[in-house]
Design a protein around this ligand. Structure first.
Ligand SMILES: C[S@@+](CC[C@H](N)C(=O)[O-])C[C@H]1O[C@@H](n2cnc3c(N)ncnc32)[C@H](O)[C@@H]1O
Length: 210
């Protein structure tokens, strides 16, 4: 069994696709109501397929200890506070079988603020009369978009924590994973990774000790 946590629209065959957005819950628990609301043009067609597991990943995972071969999370761990992210990683380790693989892809905090710093330094190097606050677009993006809960009820962009390569590797090791390292896009111990890994970013993988 392989889990695809926080799947969003990425729901390949052969994976247990897990999401807990309002729409994922409506589409899985009340599919006839969902269909009726689509027909009445209240909602657009759902992206969530039948069979999706509407599990809240902030709670204890509903899978048995040592029962899962691989777990993937694409752009979801940043939607958790640091404490809740650690709790989820711990739960992932519990449900993984010995030798099972955990792989997470997240936005890279170091890249994000590196972009800010590069533009800031370039602006600062200009003659004083040419200064603008264009470089502050990164700060605006962070406070006005990335960290803001959307008014419509879905998880959207609402990030609660940011990882970098060092902090994510340390977080993996803290919960007991071994052979932890940053990995390249699609370079994985998980054979059919291409089904769930739809883009590159900061990707870290580790293994539950045997
Ligand atoms: C940015 S989307 C990522 C979609 C997809 N995995 C990808 O790689 O593009 C983040 C997903 O995580 C889900 N999510 C956030 N918090 C969650 C939670 N506590 N339990 C389950 N799913 C959650 C959201 O509903 C959303 O679909």
């Amino acid at each position: 069994m392989k889990l695809n946590l926080g799947c969003g629209p990425v729901q390949p065959e052969g994976w247990v696709n897990v999401d807990h957005s309002y729409r994922a819950r409506l589409a899985t628990t009340l599919p006839r109501l969902d269909r009726a609301l689509v027909r009445a043009r209240v909602l657009s067609e759902t992206e969530f397929r039948p069979g999706l597991a509407a599990v809240n990943l902030e709670k204890t995972l509903p899978w048995a200890t040592d029962s899962v071969d691989a777990i993937y999370g694409g752009e979801m761990l940043e939607h958790f506070t640091e404490a809740n992210a650690t709790a989820l990683l711990r739960e992932c380790v519990r449900v993984l079988r010995p030798g099972g693989v955990l792989r997470m892809r997240v936005p890279d905090n170091a890249t994000f603020w590196g972009n800010y710093l590069r533009e800031y330094e370039a602006m600062r190097a200009r003659p004083r009369s040419e200064w603008t606050d264009d470089h502050a677009r990164w700060t605006r993006m962070f406070f006005d978009d990335i960290c803001v809960k959307p008014r419509v009820g879905f998880f959207g962009h609402f990030h609660k924590w940011m990882f970098d390569e060092v902090s994510l590797c340390v977080a993996f090791e803290r919960v007991g994973l071994v052979d932890v390292s940053r990995r390249a896009y699609l370079d994985s111990r998980i054979p059919d990774i291409a089904g769930v890994e739809v883009r590159d970013d900061l990707i870290v993988e580790g293994v539950k000790p045997r």
